[in-house]
Write a protein that binds this ligand. Structure first.
Ligand code: GDP
Length: 296
């Protein structure tokens, strides 16, 4: 079997280590080398890779170990912890504040799950007692307006959009102003996607961003796209100030190795994950279960 996923490669390296008859420095060095190679192949920043390699070796200091320690388990734990640390971007996502408008602008490629995720997040906050509203500023895709309107109706979240207005900047501005004047607290703006990263999309995104000056730009990343995730994240981040990432479709077979590379490359924290097509299949991101899944 060709293991192409980052998670499978790391899991493979760990497995070979645990299968060795003796766990010594040489075996650990070999495993660290393999993990480093897998990370570099996934375009994780080289400096970051060296750092994680160093930390794993430091965490596995056999000479300092009391007798009787299960070395295999220890190595596994150290690798697990360091992968979790890699997901710590060191940057705090925006935390919405009660009693004031908090504007979130969603960006991402078409099909990433952006519209579904906008609805999920509005629903998530509404259930927690926040006043949430949805704005459809996607004038590019036919059907986007109806899709978000229907989604909003299903979860009973107020919706703003226009069938006739073709300027996304205008709709975004009007929708946000309307919700602000009505004292909404969570204002979520769905913007256009495209099938690929292209200039027209980025120009439009930039214009909407300049006008809205949102509190947070959320990049929606399809968890199933593998290593293409990193380039996507970097391209979006280069255009607008992406503050956090939501990874979708982690209910399928995808292990999310691409998401790990994307986060490592952009240093943007993951806040939530999408776990299905239903609006309540949405959870706060949890590092440990993500890494468990990655290696599983
Ligand atoms: P957009 O083009 O980025 O706005 O994407 P949509 O929100 O229209 O979603 C594209 C497809 O992905 C739809 O069929 C959604 O139901 C599906 N989808 C979105 N999020 C998830 C998820 O977390 N899990 C699964 N299985 N499907 C999802």
């Amino acid at each position: 079997m060709v293991l192409t996923e980052l998670g499978s490669k790391i899991a493979g390296a760990l497995h070979r280590m645990t299968e060795s008859t003796v766990i010594d420095e040489e075996v650990v060095d070999q495993m660290v080398k393999e993990i480093g190679k897998a990370l570099i192949e996934s375009d994780v920043n080289v400096r970051l890779v060296f750092e994680i390699q160093k930390k794993i070796k430091k965490g596995v200091d056999f000479e300092a170990l009391p007798p009787g320690v299960n070395k295999r388990k220890l190595v596994q734990n150290v690798v697990f912890d360091e992968l979790c640390n890699m997901l710590d971007s060191g940057k705090e996502p925006y935390r919405p504040k009660k009693g004031r408008p908090n504007v979130f602008m969603f960006v991402g490629l078409q099909g990433s799950g952006k519209t579904t995720t906008c609805t999920k997040m509005a629903y998530y906050y509404q259930k927690k007692g926040w006043k949430a509203g949805l704005v459809c500023a996607d004038t590019f895709r036919a059907g986007a307006f109806d899709q978000l309107r229907q989604n909003a109706a299903k979860v009973k979240v107020p919706f703003y959009g226009s069938y006739t207005e073709t300027d996304p900047v205008q709709i975004a501005r009007e929708g946000v102003e309307k919700f602000k004047s009505e004292k909404f607290e969570i204002i979520i703006v769905d913007t256009s996607g495209r099938h690929k990263q292209e200039k027209a999309l980025f120009d439009e995104m930039q214009q909407v961003y300049d006008v809205l000056q949102p509190n947070e730009v959320i990049f929606v990343l399809d968890g199933a796209i593998g290593q293409a995730a990193k380039d996507q994240a970097i391209a979006f981040r280069a255009t607008v100030d992406v503050g956090s990432v939501i990874v979708t479709k982690l209910d399928g077979h995808a292990k999310g190795g691409g998401a790990l590379s994307a986060v490592a490359a952009t240093q943007c924290p993951i806040t939530f994950v999408g776990l299905g097509e239903h609006f309540d299949q949405f959870q706060q991101f949890e590092k440990m279960s993500f890494v468990r899944r990655l290696l599983g």
